[in-house]
Design a protein around this ligand. Structure first.
Ligand SMILES: [Zn+2]
Length: 498
């Protein structure tokens, strides 16, 4: 996620050579949302004999090709239905879960109940659960608003590693007043991202019981899942969401159903409204941007604004592909809402809250960092936010003296979400210093060698949940770069391979 003014970290850091940040904005945070994401393989049956899957530890060898999603990843199907007044989503979520470690429960994170979001009237409740191995679950407060921030579903039998269970959760999501958030309704549009119970499993580790943080940033962790979505909305609404979308159904009783599929998504985003859309194909990816009639970019007509947003997204995508390799998804949707604040990344979809300037490249970069290469957003927030902020440099001129100044500041880039006392300290360390650290590391190692190492990391850890050790492994042959990350507090000696 990126709050416009939150970009102050990197933008100010590069202010010597750029236009600087938005005027009139307090130097406050950036933050979080959730994103999640997935691969370009198609359909839900990934080849189980694929010789190169992202499951398992990375030894450091640069893969000949990008890792495929885990063939045993969760299979998630979610049906959403938006009420005619746009304020309530009812849904049902089917999950087929195959743990790689033994477990006796399922744990879901209820992101809309987190601090900040719940206070705006957003609320996610689980109404009913079904499945051969479950009876009833319970909420855990986890410092979230009612009914709680996690939903724990005990299993009536213990699953062995590799053994599957299927559960169905019916849920209700109340959408609060629109704000810079993942969930809300405003000006005739409704949007919900992280709007369904989110499977909180970290392969190789187990369930994430992380608390929520009082900061404007994401705290989720979730595996890439083979995902299918169905969204029923009033017939006059257009849906832009995660996944490769099919044409909507014909109107029936004043309603239409939109569907999509994404073979590897950690989370999903849905926006419904009177969107005017424009579309283009770039680097084999279908980019679709949508704008609302109210207009939030001046006096241009909706078609002009939609086309401009599509073109800007396509340009960002191309610049990032040049640096980080193939785009992770077949499609990318960018619904622009009337609420202001910044951008929030999701697998193959970006909620744009306000104008794209200053946040679009960052959010598109999250498709690689968090969407494809996952991380614990609670434990290691820098692993997606520092990389996404660093990635802005593909279009933003870099001023080495300014970078050196920022990277020398106090603060550990690698701190967890509970270690930052304020939004300001979080943004300064993770976004600003984190980006500067990676720029300085690139300078120290040489651009070509550093870019090659990052590509190896991206390809090796695609669709997995990466750790700081993976970054240290990627930089093992570039000690000058690795030393920069150690000095900045992103890596410690325990992360270093060997
Ligand atoms: Zn971000």
């Amino acid at each position: 996620m990126s709050r416009r003014r939150g970009l102050a970290g990197i933008v100010l850091l590069l202010a010597v050579t750029t236009a600087g940040c938005e005027s009139g904005s307090p130097p406050s945070p950036d933050a979080g949302a959730t994103g999640t994401a997935v691969p370009s393989a198609s359909s839900r049956s990934a080849p189980s004999d694929d010789p190169h899957s992202s499951a398992g530890p990375w030894t450091g060898a640069c893969p000949a090709e990008r890792a495929a999603p885990d063939p045993d990843r969760p299979v998630v199907d979610v049906d959403f239905s938006l009420s005619d007044d746009g304020r309530t989503v009812t849904g049902s979520e089917s999950v087929v879960f195959t743990p790689d470690l033994p477990t006796g429960e399922l744990v879901f994170r209820l992101v809309p109940n987190g601090p900040g979001s719940s206070e705006k009237g957003n609320r996610l409740t689980v109404d009913r659960v079904r499945g051969d191995d479950v009876t009833r679950g319970h909420y855990e407060p986890a410092a979230a608003g009612p009914p709680g921030g996690r939903y724990v579903l005990p299993l009536t039998r213990r699953l062995a590693a590799g053994e599957s269970t299927e559960v169905l959760l019916d849920f209700t999501l109340a959408l609060g007043e629109g704000a810079f958030d993942r969930v809300g309704t405003a000006d005739g549009a409704s949007w919900w991202a992280s709007g369904a119970p989110l499977l909180a499993w970290e392969p190789g580790v187990g369930w994430a019981h992380d608390p929520f943080a009082g900061l404007l940033g994401e705290t989720a962790i979730s595996p890439a899942a083979d995902t299918t979505l169905s969204v029923e909305v009033p017939a006059g609404m257009t849906v832009l969401m995660t996944g490769d979308q099919a044409e909507p159904s014909a109107p029936r009783d004043g309603r239409r159903t939109w569907t999509s599929s994404e073979p590897a998504a950690r989370d999903v985003s849905v926006a419904a409204g009177d969107f005017t859309t424009a579309e283009t194909i770039v680097d084999g990816v279908r980019v679709t941007a949508g704008v609302l009639p109210a207009g939030n970019d001046g006096g241009d007509g909706a078609e002009t604004r939609a086309q401009a947003l599509t073109d800007a997204t396509a340009a960002a995508l191309t610049a990032l592909v040049d640096r980080f390799g193939a785009f992770p998804y077949r499609t990318l949707t960018v619904p622009q809402l009337t609420i202001l604040g910044g951008g929030i990344e999701y697998p193959s979809s970006i909620l744009l809250l306000g104008p794209p300037a200053g946040v679009l490249v960052h959010e598109v970069a999250h498709m690689w960092f968090y969407g494809m290469v996952g991380n614990s957003q609670f434990r290691d927030p820098w692993m997606d936010e520092a990389f996404a902020s660093y990635a802005e440099s593909v279009v933003t001129p870099v001023d080495p003296p300014a970078v050196a100044t920022v990277v020398a500041r106090a603060g550990d880039v690698g701190a967890s979400m509970e270690e930052f006392p304020s939004n300001g300290s979080y943004v300064t360390a993770v976004y600003g210093k984190g980006a500067a650290m990676l720029l300085a590391a690139r300078e120290a190692a040489g651009a070509a060698a550093f870019d090659a190492a990052v590509r190896c990391y991206v390809d090796a850890r695609a669709w997995a949940i990466a750790t700081p050790t993976d970054v240290a492994t990627a930089l093992a042959g570039l000690p000058a770069a690795r030393d920069v990350l150690v000095a900045a507090g992103a890596l410690d000696v325990d992360d270093l391979p060997g």
